[in-house]
Design a protein around this ligand. Structure first.
Ligand code: NOJ
Length: 552
């Protein structure tokens, strides 16, 4: 099949996120690997995705699930080799699937050769200048330079024993790089070229808003004085979303545009929605994640407001939208929607608590998740799916403390169990050891006993299964996709579409209509040929918590 020539593929692509360590394990060590991905390309082809985004597969001590990178231009030996990468890439390309790799530019791991050199070289050295070292406070530097907290809980500064401390906005093992240092900038351009030369089609840029910082304050502002990042909209926050990023990403764009077709990029930027366009500019990364739906509860007016706001924003930048309901950092949307309040409280903040309350209703959660997914897939722009959502996977709560891996769990004991529950290795075959994740029983996170019920082989070819729903929806989406426009059909959806109502109905060019009933009671089914529905339809009725696609 191969790749269809299309330099704008990223504008409307369905991108499937592979979290490599939990996708498929070829050698039985319990850790998913690149050969595992290659062995499952047929699943991705049959699913009908346009691209795959691979979370980090670089050498790493896994202090933060691989986002602690030892070497940005190599493959972790447990996950394979560069040859395995090339084979995987070629196999995906042959299947017509593009590949996006994750770039982690805000920090390295503490095992990176630069960081080791920085520790060895001592204060004031060029080696330390690649990171953010500061003298500690107090007579012997025994106190941190400020009282800032890192994202995973606990202090953001770590002492190195000679009166200096280094900044880590994330785990202790993830020292922040100094993006004012030209060597750091040059090295990342080299990394981008390294993967682009191998043939990758795009990049997902980890915490793209954090690279530039201003730590010139003396003393540094206290945590209480630091405003929340998404509340500062003029580019002056000391720790992120700063104006200097424009210049950094313009350099990246020059690299991307030297390839044919130009390489694509998508920014992970947790900034105020009004600032997102800065990352999505064609002279910068080109596209930025919109996590608004991922943070919304299952509610018609919230969804409507988010869709309107984001369509208006992309109309201004000329970029395209990115719709997301789940990823490796958040509680899976089946579980969020199974909460009594539809996930209203869980969805705030970027690291969501993985704590799952006993009153989750998984049946209702799945019904709503299927409806929300069909709505999302009918929107103009690109859609990002997270591995396993095509199986209707839920967040796994049954992980013993001694099996947990996420730094969030270790840094906030008893408060936040972290993100392991959405990273449990996938079930491929109900009756096999490790449910077909690998050839043997090993699985780096424990799989619950009921995992097999959701396995691929239990759903393959089964009408109405979540897997078949995703396959059908992606097939139709490809067929029906037209211009990036949307018209709300308020009148036709009747009273239920009025402000505060329960129905969202819209039409895409070419007569593709999507209607979602967020309420629990049925509403009249609008006219048109039924193409697909997320739950069974009644006679002339669109049941509660259901999306239908119609053609007319
Ligand atoms: C965002 C990633 O998605 C998350 O998994 C990671 O912990 C942080 N960035 C730090 O790299």
């Amino acid at each position: 099949m191969g790749l269809a020539p299309d330099k704008d593929w990223w504008r409307h692509a369905v991108v499937y996120q592979v979290y490599p360590r939990s996708f498929a394990d070829s050698d039985g060590d319990g850790i998913g690997d690149l050969r595992g991905v290659t062995s499952r390309v047929d699943h991705l082809r049959r699913l009908g995705v346009d691209a795959v985004w691979l979370s980090p597969f670089y050498p790493s001590a896994l202090a933060d699930g691989g986002y602690d990178v030892d070497d940005h231009r190599a493959v972790d030996p447990r996950l394979g080799t560069l040859d395995d990468f090339d084979t995987m890439l070629a196999t995906l390309h042959d299947a017509g699937i593009r590949v996006i790799v994750d770039i982690v530019p805000n920090h390295t791991s503490d095992r990176h050769e630069w960081f080791r050199a920085a520790l060895a070289a001592g204060p004031g050295s060029p080696e330390r200048d690649r990171y953010i070292f500061r003298d500690g406070l107090g007579p012997n530097g025994e106190q941190p330079p400020s009282d800032w907290q890192c994202m995973f809980g606990g202090p953001a500064w770590e002492p190195v024993g000679d009166g200096q401390w280094y900044l880590h906005l994330f785990a202790i093992e993830q020292p922040d790089l100094n993006w004012s240092n030209p060597e750091v900038r040059e090295d990342f351009l080299k990394t981008l070229r390294f993967w682009a030369d191998r043939g990758v089609d795009g990049f997902r840029v980890d915490v793209a808003h954090h690279l530039a910082k201003d730590l010139s304050g003396d003393p540094l502002p206290s945590a209480a004085e630091l405003p929340l990042l998404h509340e500062v909209v003029d580019g002056t926050h000391p720790l992120g979303d700063r104006e200097e990023l424009t210049e950094i990403y313009a350099d990246w764009r020059e690299v991307f545009n030297a390839y044919s077709p130009p390489r694509a990029a998508v920014a992970e930027a947790w900034v105020a929605p009004t600032r997102r366009h800065r990352y999505a500019q064609p002279t910068g990364l080109g596209q930025a994640f919109n996590f608004d739906l991922l943070q919304a509860s299952f509610d018609a007016s919230e969804f409507r407001e988010i869709v309107d706001r984001n369509l208006a924003a992309t109309a201004e930048t000329g970029s395209s939208n990115t719709w997301v309901l789940s990823n490796h950092d958040v509680v899976r949307h089946v579980t969020r929607y199974g909460l009594p309040d539809g996930g209203r409280d869980l969805g705030r903040g970027w690291l969501l608590s993985g704590g799952v309350t006993p009153d989750v209703d998984p049946v209702r959660g799945l019904r709503r998740a299927r409806a929300a997914t069909m709505l999302l897939l009918a929107l103009p722009g690109s859609a990002y799916l997270y591995q396993g959502e095509e199986l209707g996977l839920v967040e796994v709560a049954e992980i013993d403390d001694d099996a947990r891996q996420d730094p969030t769990f270790f840094r906030s004991p008893g408060v936040d169990v972290g993100r392991d529950g959405c990273r449990v290795p996938l079930p491929w075959a109900a009756g096999a050891p490790s449910y077909g994740f690998g050839p043997g029983p090993a699985s780096h996170l424990p799989q619950p006993e009921w995992w097999g019920e959701l396995a691929v082989d239990r759903q393959d070819g089964v009408p109405g299964s979540t897997l078949e729903l995703y396959r059908a929806a992606l097939r139709l989406r490809r067929e029906l996709q037209g211009a990036e426009e949307l018209t709300w059909l308020d009148a036709e959806a009747g009273e239920a579409a009025a402000p505060g109502g329960t129905v969202l109905a819209f039409e895409r060019p070419g007569g593709w209509v999507s209607v979602t009933n967020f309420g629990s009671a049925g509403v009249p089914l609008p006219a048109g040929e039924v193409l697909l529905s997320s739950s069974d339809l009644g006679d002339g009725v669109l049941p509660g918590e259901t999306t239908v696609w119609l053609r007319r």
